[in-house]
Design a binder for this molecule. Structure first.
Ligand code: GAL
Length: 705
């Protein structure tokens, strides 16, 4: 029997159908994180880099620091399988037994993010080919083509061997499949991927006519008459068909997900221990975590501060909220962050005293029930020797070590927080497919930046003290008072209808420019720009009026329409980057362009639709100007800024018997907050007021309101 080339070797995971199913089935496996009874604490542990005498010292120091979970074997393929099909598990046997003897649980990785030298020597065509045709070499990590049958076979084989050997070991708490799928490279442009892409397209479209229609191949004479004529969207003389590139991004996501599912299923056949893979929510754009999260037992995430960003704690909060959201609100694992500086940014800024604990507890505040680091002991050799660690090169006399031990002790006082949930009144729409589409070439302005808009709106909401969920545009949004759509370039007609329903049922929707422009094929919606949003917003866009570099426009907010916002100091807001020539349908004008290409035309509109309102803003407002815009929007939504001091963050987790207010003071002044309860970290009780020192954190068990 000849194999059907359209069939994926691992089954039809790659089907591109969207789904709104929630992740992390509530199986006993998904409950492990909470059921273990304490906040998990530890990090990546790479003892194979050290003589075994050091391991005993590691055990003693881990106990001293309060470490109770370590991730091992992540990059150990070359040691575990020194030649194809020949295994050496001796050192791993000894290591796992040693950890078990010291009461430290094991998060055992499959080492498939870094295939050994023999693998690339035996199967040289599995190396990644980049878009310009360069074949990436060995001596690094993560440079394998995810569609390669040889890679899939070999990665499933090592996963199965590990699961057979350790799947029932009493020390084993968690499986850690691979490492950061999609990084450092995701797309592969080899002939192997081209064949797999064609098979994927056949599954998606069935007929060439359907593919030609979806890709609009009548344009530039690209019509295909045979499947074998279709190629990967490698570099070409001019830009490549954007629909083809969008499908290639989907195909790549699916190919990576098939790799994960292949390993996961091989493990599951041998072991009932929960399975995760570490995501990079917010940092790795090439994998669609709404889909991935449904395939893991427990969601885990890696997060690193961007040293250049002095408000890195806001980016941290965004990543944590996004992680919780893809986890469907369930507790999740912070699989990696750093004790101090990383080593891969242009300038690697060390964390200030207390910052590591504050970062850790900020993740916990937003739903993490496990706090882990990269890595336990700093490496002497290799690419990451200048990366911080729990046990740095400076050893146990260091500030980092003292803070690591102190944090371990603090987390040990937070058992009762485990499993409690975060609730949000506000959601921001987040859609990886839309980002993939918007990032392609020849958009109306190179200043259109979906991530910048999301960050700006998120920052505004953060400053106003709102806890935020992220949501798919087709999700049930009814629990949110306010839904913000800063970057919904690709929006299907069905999602537009979902948003209209949300508004009609009483919701408040705020949409920023360049939204609802194309459908799932990156084709402009029939009926013009913004057509799927017309019902909710009561406006449509006749023409884009992008601004020149540095050009600014002024927006006058209308007193009557903005209501109490008229008292706001910033009655005139300054925008840049963008303007639209808007056509009003049922919406009222709340803000008018004073100058620029749309002078005298609407800039901000408000539409009553059913029981709710739909707002539209057609220029780029910075974080300060967004305050002026959001004031009347909040009023429609029935919410208000928290009034917390600047740089103070308060997030609540709701447990079965109590609530926990996590207060983080990122500023350099002590603050007093009106809270009553017990600070679990210090044991202090507070009646009506809690003092939070500069840089400090409180976790206050509060009475139910
Ligand atoms: C992560 C990766 C780790 C380590 C870390 C350094 O992205 O998973 O293995 O390289 O970065 O910050």
């Amino acid at each position: 029997m000849t194999a059907d080339p359209r069939r994926s070797p691992l089954g039809p995971v790659g089907a591109a159908e969207p789904s709104t199913a929630q992740p992390g089935v509530d199986s006993p496996r998904a409950q492990w994180l909470t059921g273990v009874g304490h906040v998990s604490y530890g990090g990546d542990y790479n003892p194979e880099q050290w003589p075994e005498e050091v391991w005993a010292q590691d055990m003693a120091l881990m106990r001293e620091a309060g470490v109770n979970l370590v991730s091992i074997g992540i990059f150990s393929w070359g040691l575990l399988e020194p030649s194809e099909g020949v295994y050496d598990f001796g050192w791993l046997d000894r290591l796992i037994d040693l950890l078990h003897a010291h009461g430290i649980r094991v998060d055992l990785a499959t080492p498939t993010a870094s295939p050994p030298a023999w693998f690339f020597h035996t199967y040289p065509h599995t190396r990644v080919v980049s878009r310009d045709g360069t074949v990436l070499g060995f001596g690094s990590r993560g440079m394998v083509n995810p569609s390669s049958p040889e890679y899939r076979r070999a990665s499933v084989a090592i996963a199965r061997e590990l699961a057979r050997r350790y799947g029932r070991h009493p020390a084993l708490a968690l499986w850690h499949v691979h490492n950061e799928y999609g990084a450092p490279v995701s797309e592969d442009y080899s002939a192997v991927s081209a064949a797999a892409f064609r098979a994927w397209l056949e599954r998606r479209y069935g007929t060439l006519d359907a593919l030609n229609a979806a890709w609009g191949t009548a344009f530039w004479g690209q019509r295909y008459g045979a499947w074998e004529h279709i190629d990967v969207p490698a570099l070409a003389p001019s830009i490549v068909n954007p629909s083809q590139r969008l499908d290639f991004a989907r195909f790549t996501n699916d190919a990576l997900l098939e790799c994960f599912v292949g390993e996961r299923d091989a493990i599951r056949a041998e072991s009932d221990v929960p399975i995760t893979t570490n995501f990079m929510a917010g940092a790795c754009p090439s994998v669609d975590l709404w889909r991935w999260a449904r395939e893991v037992d427990i969601v885990s995430n890696d997060h690193y501060l961007t040293a250049a960003d002095e408000r890195g704690h806001v980016g941290l909060a965004l990543a944590a909220d996004l992680t919780r959201s893809v986890a469907g609100g369930r507790p999740w694992i912070l699989m990696e962050h750093s004790t101090s500086a990383v080593n891969w940014q242009p300038r690697n800024v060390a964390k200030r005293p207390g910052e590591m604990a504050r970062n850790s507890l900020a993740h916990l505040a937003r739903g993490a029930d496990a706090i882990l680091f990269f890595q336990w002991r700093a490496s002497r050799s290799g690419a990451e020797k200048f990366h911080s660690a729990m046990l740095p090169h400076a050893g146990t006399g260091s500030r980092t070590w003292r803070e690591v031990c102190a944090l371990g002790a603090e987390l040990g006082r937070l058992d009762e927080v485990l499993g409690s949930r975060v609730r949000a009144d506000v959601a921001i729409l987040w859609d990886w497919e839309s980002f993939w589409a918007q990032d392609l070439e020849w958009r109306p302005s190179e200043d259109l930046d979906h991530r910048e808009r999301i960050d700006a709106f998120y920052d505004r909401l953060w400053r106003d003290g709102h806890t935020v969920d992220f949501a798919r545009p087709d999700a049930d949004l009814s629990r949110y008072r306010l839904v913000v759509a800063p970057a919904s370039y690709l929006l299907t007609a069905a999602s537009g209808a979902n948003l209209a329903r949300y508004v009609a049922d009483g919701g408040t929707l705020l949409v920023s420019y360049f939204a609802g422009i194309v459908d799932e094929n990156d084709a402009v919606h029939p009926g013009g720009f913004g057509a799927p949003l017309r019902e909710a917003l009561g406006v449509s866009v006749e023409e884009f009026l992008p601004l020149r570099a540095g050009e600014r426009v002024h927006v006058a907010l209308d007193r009557a329409a903005a209501g109490p916002a008229a008292d706001h100091a910033g009655l005139e807001l300054v925008g840049d980057v963008w303007a639209d020539d808007l056509v009003l349908d049922s919406a009222a004008v709340v803000g008018t362009f004073v100058d620029g290409p749309a002078a005298g035309r609407p800039a901000v509109t408000r539409n009553t639709h059913g029981a709710g309102t739909g707002w539209y803003v057609s220029t780029r407002l910075d974080v300060d100007a967004l305050a002026g815009l959001l004031e009347p929007v909040y009023r429609d939504a029935g919410i208000a800024p928290s009034g917390l001091p600047a740089d103070v963050e308060l997030v609540r987790r709701h447990g079965a018997d109590a609530d926990f207010a996590v207060v983080l003071n990122h500023g350099d002044q002590a603050v007093d907050l009106p809270l009553t309860g017990v600070d679990l970290l210090s044991g202090e009780s507070a009646e009506g007021s809690v003092k939070v020192a500069a840089g400090a954190v409180r976790v206050v068990r509060t009475a139910r309101p």
